[in-house]
Design a protein around this ligand. Structure first.
Ligand code: ADP
Ligand code: MG
Length: 145
């Protein structure tokens, strides 16, 4: 088990590149939890994951009124959740399609909102270092449960 890996990025493209590289390591059933304040770059990170999975990153938007977005047609399906509008929730209660989740990768923005920490494959914490600089901490989830 390894500790967290820290990436410092400057600008959206670098954050996307970090996520794109991580996407190559993802396998069916993986769960990626994203933490970070508004504007940290969580959605940018999801765009990078999409790109790395062979999906259209332009299709990835911040789910505002839709809680779950599904992107199909890449190496793996990507299921994108944004819990921003929820006070507190359980991953079992958000209407995930269990079959799709088992075949694909689930990525959750505002994972802070989860009342129960699910067994994540990766936990990603993005911090704003000012201007276009961000610190991205990637932890292999199984080691931090
Ligand atoms: P979140 O989903 O965390 O609320 P977004 O990904 O929607 O945040 O927005 C991040 C904003 O910060 C975007 O406007 C993006 O262009 C900008 N930005 C500037 N520098 C970076 C960086 N290094 N990484 C990611 N986003 C950055
Ligand atoms: Mg977002």
């Amino acid at each position: 088990m390894s500790g967290p890996i820290t990436h410092v990025t400057v600008g959206e493209a670098e954050t996307r590149a970090v996520a794109e590289a991580l996407a190559a390591t993802l396998v069916p059933g993986d769960l990626v939890l994203l933490h970070g304040d508004l504007g940290a770059g969580k959605t940018v990170f999801v765009k990078g994951l999409a790109q790395g999975l062979g999906l259209d990153p332009g299709a990835v938007t911040s789910p505002t009124f839709t809680l779950v977005h599904e992107y199909l047609g890449g190496r793996l399906p990507l299921i994108h959740l944004d819990l921003y509008r929820l006070a507190a929730t359980d991953l079992d209660d958000v209407g995930l399609d269990p079959d799709l989740a088992a075949r694909g990768v689930v990525v959750v923005e505002w994972a802070e909102r989860l009342t129960r920490r699910p067994p994540a494959s990766l936990v990603v914490r993005i911090g704003d270092l000012g201007a276009e600089a961000r610190e991205i901490l990637v932890t292999s989830g199984y080691s931090v449960r």
